[in-house]
Design a protein around this ligand. Structure first.
Ligand SMILES: CNc1ncnc2c1ncn2[C@@H]1O[C@H](COP(=O)(O)O)[C@@H](O)[C@H]1O
Length: 289
């Protein structure tokens, strides 16, 4: 046996092509966390030219590879400066869906935080309308984003991933939306997001996500809105255990969300509770220092 046979198998270009070609589901994508670097750089250049930011200061922040948790949320603040106007929200939504479709994601749950920004004449509702506009603007693939029935589990069964159009096969991507509550928000703002989600149910909004910097905010602030959402039948997913906050982890698991994300700072008793409650974990289990 030669050395090559002993060494771990390396991913080849062919392996990558095979992985890309496989149909996939994506259950943990944040809209503003999925923006192309090239788009961010282009937007930063424009704001740089307008004297709103200093391009050279932000370029390396965008292109940096390894980030601490603190740096991740600093980057999101920067991304939000670059993307939060209606036109750009529409553009990034279109691009993000096209990018996932290119990677053969056939079912995409896209989560995003509806944002109110008075200086741009933006309300949470108009932010979401811009997102919907982005879904309608996708041309390279067919996008199914409106719910046919109120029961997603039934309506998603056996869905085709290719449609025939004028004799040619067209790719299809099913997109469902989760509205995120940012941990910096108030109880009232969280409730506004839940009410918006309920109004947008027929447009493919299936649930509510609690996310944002895990060292900011208190679970009790969001509980009334999350309880209301749960009572109304919206699916709830929580960013849980991204930092070691054991009291909060236990309270979140007791809430019985449909899913949690991260779970990287769980203790043995948290795992036990997670397993006995049969709560799935979606998304990255990255641990930041
Ligand atoms: C790294 N782990 C994470 N932990 C917690 N929240 C995260 C996150 N990654 C992203 N977000 C949440 O998603 C927002 C960006 O997308 P949207 O503006 O909503 O589209 C961030 O501001 C943060 O609130």
């Amino acid at each position: 046996m030669n050395a090559a046979e002993h060494s771990p198998r390396r991913n080849t270009v062919a392996d990558m092509e095979e992985l890309v070609s496989m149909p996939k589901v994506e259950l943990h994508a944040h809209l503003n966390g999925s923006v192309r670097d090239s788009t961010l750089l282009e937007l930063a250049r424009v704001l740089g030219d307008e004297g709103i930011i200093v391009f050279s200061d932000v370029e390396h922040v965008i292109m940096k590879d390894d980030r601490s948790l603190h740096e991740v949320f600093k980057l999101f603040d920067l991304i939000h400066i670059l993307t939060t106007d209606h036109k750009t929200v529409t553009r990034i939504t279109k691009e993000v869906v096209e990018d996932f479709a290119y990677e053969n994601v056939v079912y995409l749950e896209l989560r995003t935080t509806p944002k109110k920004n008075d200086s741009k004449g933006m309300s949470k509702r108009s932010y979401m309308e811009a997102v919907m506009e982005g879904l309608r603007a996708v041309t390279v693939v067919d996008v199914d984003f409106a719910l046919q029935t109120s029961d997603t589990r039934t309506s998603m069964k056996g869905l085709p991933i290719n449609d025939t159009c004028h004799g040619a096969r067209r790719k299809k991507i099913y997109v469902r939306l989760l509205l995120s509550i940012d941990r910096r928000e108030t109880t009232e703002a969280a409730m506004e997001t839940v009410k918006l989600a309920l109004e947008m149910r027929d447009l493919g909004v299936v649930g509510i996500d609690l996310s944002g910097n895990p060292i900011v905010g208190e679970w009790n602030t969001f509980l009334p809105a999350l309880k209301f959402a749960q009572e109304q039948g919206l699916c709830i997913t929580l960013h849980c255990g991204e930092v070691p906050n054991h009291q909060e982890i236990q309270m979140m698991l007791d809430f019985l969300p449909k899913r949690i994300g991260h779970a990287c700072c769980f203790r043995e008793e948290d795992w036990k509770k997670l397993k006995s409650s049969k709560i799935p974990v979606s998304g990255e289990r990255n641990c930041f220092s």
